[in-house]
Design a protein. Sequence first.
Length: 310
Amino acid sequence: MVANLTSESFPMSESPAAPFRCGYIAIVGRPNVGKSTLMNRLIGAKVSITSKKAQTTRHRITGIQTLDDAQFVYVDTPGFQTKHTNALNKALNKTVSNTLTAADVILFVVEAGTFGQADQQVIDLLPKNVPCILVLNKSDRNKDKAVLMPFAQQVCAKFNFAAVVPVSAKQGFQLEQLQGEIKNHLPENPPVFDADDITDRSEKFLAAEIVREKLFRFVGEELPYTSTVLIEQFEQEGNLRRVFAAILVDRDAHKAMVIGNKGARLKDISTQSRLDMEKLFGGPVYLEIWVKVKSGWADNEAGLRAYGYE
């Protein structure tokens, strides 16, 4: 008698699992092209601050996203600055250059339809031996999609990009496609961070960044970009965090701008900062903010190191 042959008689061998991929992805571009918004949307959490003011990002901010088969370690960088030459901007530009040399993949972000000298200066920094993806951000603003193709060709003529992806970081458009392109170029490595990590920065650092974001949003163009925030105390008692912050400005006139009429502006900065901290930290926050005059800190290398600038 001949036995019936079924798939159970000869079980199919399982195909080997795809190798895990992990690497560092540098996000670079001129100021205000949406680098921080892009990283926040990619990882699904707000770890890098945003505002309309140029040079909002001043540090190397890491955002982490872990999937079943890959870990993406995004590095948001300051916008490469050419207008100012003080010690602060020299330090920020050095951060950009150092990040590029250590990256496994680079995202060069430009505003779709707009390319100028500041964008070219960033292209000139791109290493030839690292895969670089051209990201056309704010592409949803172009009503005529046909203009994107010649624009992309114009930029691609300046550098050998590994891929071109039009996106809208704000709207979340084509971010999965971008992530797929990134994954194709990540090296085979085990994960560097735990699966639930979203950043390698401390809560104290993130608290300072949140206050600085609200400072720029409420004071806007009135306040010089050199103003900064220092966390003087950060304490945790159970689920409660107590944060004592100082906003550092150059002049007494700037101090008055931040405080506002009868302290109204400083109160708004404090309230919105506290709400964002509570959302990010997942618990109640007690926040106190002072405004202090510290002239010339942005052009003093020792001062920059003291305030955490590399």
